[in-house]
Design a protein around this ligand. Structure first.
Ligand code: RAM
Length: 906
């Protein structure tokens, strides 16, 4: 009884006290959580608001930044004071000048439109990098090495002593090559593939590690394991190697602060020693790794190791100006997968199936006599006879070879290579192989997952799964075309096609911030954008729809993340690219010869008996259409950045190209040259037609699809926009026809064939289980996964209203062939959700809008009187503003909160 009344009392307090619900969470700096190594002079700070009430808007913030976590007066470097502003995303630091190698703690508190004031948030931090080149006391050093393709990895080491108690320690490290850093026998950090892949001639990232717990008073040792990676290894298929330099090397600076405030600095210099006799005798991104455990040098990275037979290092005069703090999120081991099956193929090959086409490597557990060699090969698919199939890897050997040292259980995983595979073939395994001996380690850039999509059709859910795995496999520091064959390059066309979808599934803000700077760095002197970034093919060609990543990706990142600085940083590159085309096309406004790849891999009807023509689209026309589009995006970017003259100039340019395009390629009845799906898709998507011809062209597109029995025929350029153009022009049902199509060519055909990632070609594997041309047949190529964008934005209905989702548009497009569809997206303001259920003619739409944003919700086929909102009529519900019926839709404005609408949907 006493207990009960206590509960009642507490309950009473709860209900009578005002709800102090406003709080702040998810603090980030430059798109990252507690980043180490920030070089921006004014790092930008973001946070999210949490509140249970509806319609919450931030009205003011206060930020304080200090070098001490207690934020005492002495340590404060910025106190913004209460600042009236709704901005909660990318607020620039405006305090005292920042110092090198300093940790800055920060907190924020906010006020909202309901008169609430939050508490100070938990403290977050950022740490600056080495802000001046002169801060680098370390030298580039190089081990004694032969100029070898696929040679050994190197060991570098130094002993040092620290003679006082240690308060803190940092390591600043980079390599011309790939490195692993060790202190006193322990690997530093959980990153792999450091320092990442950039345009090394101009930019090499360094990493910053807090190594306070890894160093000790007394004797210490630092070791660096150094591989070839992208720097010296083969890249591309034309015997292209050592393109950034013939020698690998490293740079490392360890800064120790003692408890008495004194400092000690340990740097790479001529006193280090190196060895090329370590256990990795071959390292190569494409070919794999050969590891001889008998060559392991126990204790090489610990103090007091005997360096007999070790070599002197060379101090090299490479630029330190190129060193930049890490801009992206590092690559890490993200998850582990066990095989679902181990068996022998009809030909007797011992094979394990991981159940998922993935990117990473195998961790092997093995026990056996010294000198036993186990070889692991990798494949994405089995052939029609159930045999291991590696021909589509072309020249990439993709093999791990491990020789046992013979001392109990040995656990091996490689360091400087990765593979794209679902199956492995194992040779020479001593004893019986069981699934426990094998673990697949999945690695990729450590991007936060931000999106989910789900619906009532399991095939589409598998498609979404495949899109996400295509992204995991191909976002390994640069956006690659594929992860398995002798390619794995930053193909620009693929990246522009997929970047919007990618930005739904995961937070790619930092990832593209870095890669776009590499694009600028590798842009040709004439403004052209090479086929791949970094330009590992070392060619100077440009292709329409590939080079346009220079305008499309920054604009997309601006739309999704509201990052104006990114747009400003990329602006010169965007403009140089458009000016390159301007130069090529001159007064004709036609970019003749601008397309090398056309609408890459469009449908060519070899596989079925369809009699219809293929999906060919005139490449010159494609080039002119992209010229128009890029000019338009450039003019929009100029407008956002307040560059009025440019905005006007490129808007006029766009208009001229549009009219020349119409004169040259469009008939009075809205037919477009080539009469292909892609011709209509690009013309409509890029708004290149008159108001009068738009519906006619859309009709031609629909007729084309109907004639093909609801099949698409588009390639890399048309596919991403195909369904968008249909839904924008009133043919959402036709978009669904294509999405739900299970026969080739379609998105679901590979799914029906058992795909677990997106294929490069619509018919990578044919219905009789034979394969497409082995010269170009990747089973993990994300480009066609660009349909994901339509699933989020149109099927479920999460659309951007204003850059960064400060304004949201919710626009579900139900179709009776699905019972439900729902998506979530964790925007810079918090989670947005939109989902619908259609049952017995009754539609229910559920929506979540995060605080500090506003949304317009478009309810299809709804009327003011027909809709119940959170159990009330729309007129009665005070959270719904500006309710309006328009074009068979009901429009409502809402603030943050959760909303549920139901009505009869006939
Ligand atoms: C292929 C790549 C890529 C494509 C180019 C044109 O080799 O795999 O996907 O963009 O060619």
């Amino acid at each position: 009884m006493r207990y009960l009344s206590l509960v009642a009392l507490i309950g009473l307090c709860f209900f009578t006290l005002p709800l102090q619900a406003l709080s702040v969470y998810d603090l980030s700096c430059e798109h990252k959580v507690n980043p180490m190594g920030i070089e921006a002079a004014k790092p930008r700070l973001s946070w999210k608001l949490e509140d249970r009430a509806n319609g919450i808007m931030q009205t003011a913030y206060a930020i304080r930044v200090a070098t001490d976590m207690r934020f005492n007066r002495k340590s404060l470097v910025w106190n913004s004071g209460k600042t009236n502003s709704g901005q909660s995303v990318l607020v620039p630091y405006a305090g005292a000048a920042l110092e090198s190698g300093q940790r800055y703690y920060w907190q924020v508190k906010i006020w909202d439109n309901q008169g609430q004031e939050s508490d100070w948030s938990e403290a977050a931090f950022w740490e600056t990098g080495l802000l001046n080149t002169s801060d680098w006391q370390a030298e580039w050093i190089e081990p004694k090495q032969d100029t070898l393709q696929d040679g050994p990895a190197y060991l570098l080491r130094k002993d040092f002593s620290l003679n006082r108690n240690i308060a803190s320690a940092r390591a600043y490290v980079s390599a011309r090559g790939l490195y692993e850093l060790f202190l006193n026998g322990r690997k530093v950090g959980d990153e792999v593939f450091t320092p990442g892949w950039t345009v090394y001639h101009d930019r090499i990232q360094y990493q910053v590690f807090d190594v306070t717990d890894l160093v000790q008073r007394g004797e210490n040792a630092v070791g660096i394991h150094l591989g070839d990676g992208w720097f010296r290894g083969a890249l591309g298929w034309m015997d292209n190697w050592a393109i950034y330099g013939k020698a690998v090397g490293a740079i490392c600076q360890i800064e120790v602060t003692y408890t008495n405030g004194q400092q000690a600095t340990i740097v790479t210099d001529g006193s280090w020693k190196s060895s090329q006799e370590g256990p990795i005798v071959l390292n190569s991104i494409y070919n794999g790794e050969t590891y001889d455990a008998r060559k392991e040098m126990n204790g090489w990275n610990e103090a007091g190791f005997n360096m007999k037979d070790w070599d002197d290092v060379t101090v090299a005069d490479h630029s330190k100006e190129v060193l930049i703090a890490t801009e992206t999120v590092s690559v890490r081991k993200i998850e582990e997968i066990q095989p679902v099956k181990v068996w022998k193929t009809p030909k007797g090959t011992l094979v394990a199936d991981l159940g998922q086409n993935l990117v990473g490597w195998i961790k092997l557990k093995v026990e056996g006599p010294a000198g036993t060699t186990v070889t692991i090969r990798h494949a994405e698919v089995l052939d029609k006879y159930g045999e291991f199939y590696t021909e589509n890897l072309r020249a990439a050997k993709a093999a791990l070879t491990y020789t046992l040292k013979g001392d109990g259980l040995e656990v091996y995983e490689p360091s400087f290579t990765f593979m794209g595979f679902r199956y492995i073939a194992i040779d020479g395994f001593p004893g019986e192989l069981s699934p426990e001996n094998i673990t697949a380690v999945v690695i990729h850039s450590d991007m936060e997952p931000t999106g989910t999509f789900e619906c009532s059709n399991p095939l589409i859910n598998q498609l979404q799964h495949n899109i996400v795995w295509g992204q995991k496999g191909n976002f390994l520091d640069v956006p690659t075309d594929c992860p398995q064959r002798d390619e794995r390059l930053g193909w620009t066309g693929d990246a522009q096609a997929f970047c919007r979808t990618a930005a739904f599934n995961m937070d790619v803000s930092a990832f593209f911030t870095k890669w776009l700077k590499d694009l600028s760095a590798d842009q040709l002197d004439n403004g052209g954008v090479p086929f791949v970034i970094p330009n590992a093919l070392r060619q100077g060609g440009v292709s329409a729809g590939w080079g346009d990543v220079a305008t499309i990706a920054p604009w997309t990142m601006y739309l999704v993340y509201g990052d104006k600085d990114l747009l400003a940083t990329q602006y010169p590159s965007m403009k140089a690219y458009v000016d390159y085309i301007r130069e090529k096309s001159g007064d004709s406004y036609l970019w003749t010869g601008g397309s090398v790849f056309g609408d890459w891999l469009y449908y060519k009807p070899k596989m079925t008996s369809h009699t219809e023509p293929d999906g060919y689209t005139n490449p010159d026309m494609i080039a002119t259409m992209f010229y128009a589009y890029s000019s338009r995006l450039l003019s929009q970017a100029a407008e956002v950045l307040g560059k009025d003259a440019d905005a006007k100039f490129y808007a006029e340019l766009y208009q001229k190209i549009k009219s020349v395009f119409q004169d040259n390629y469009v008939t009075g009845s809205g037919r477009i040259a080539s009469d292909s799906q892609t011709s209509y898709v690009l013309a409509l998507m890029f708004d290149l037609l008159s108001d009068e011809l738009r519906p006619k062209a859309a009709e031609h597109l629909v007729n084309n699809i109907r004639k093909r029995n609801n099949h698409l025929s588009t390639g890399f350029l048309g596919t991403p926009y195909l369904c968008h153009v249909l839904s924008d022009n009133g043919y959402t049902d036709v978009g669904y026809d294509l999405l739900l199509q299970e026969e080739y060519p379609s998105w679901l055909y590979p799914v029906k064939m058992g795909a677990t990632t997106i294929w490069e070609r619509w018919d990578g594997q044919k219905t009789d289980s034979t394969f497409q041309d082995k010269g170009m047949n990747s089973f993990n190529h994300y480009a066609y996964g660009a349909i994901g964008d339509w699933m989020y934005r149109v099927v479920a209905g999460i659309e951007i209203g204003a850059p960064g989702y400060k304004q949201i548009r919710i626009q579900p497009h139900p179709d009776e062939r699905l019972e439900f569809a729902r998506a979530t997206f964790d925007s810079s303001y918090g989670e947005i959700a939109s989902g619908w259920t259609l049952k017995d003619g009754q539609l229910q739409v559920n929506v979540t809008i995060p605080p500090n944003t506003a949304a317009i919700i478009e309810l299809p086929k709804a009327t003011i009187t027909g809709v119940q909102a959170n159990g009330q009529g729309v007129r009665e519900n005070a959270d719904l503003k500006n309710v309006e019926e328009m074009d068979d839709k009901l429009l409502l404005e809402v603030g943050s909160g959760q909303y549920s609408f139901s009505y009869s949907y006939e």
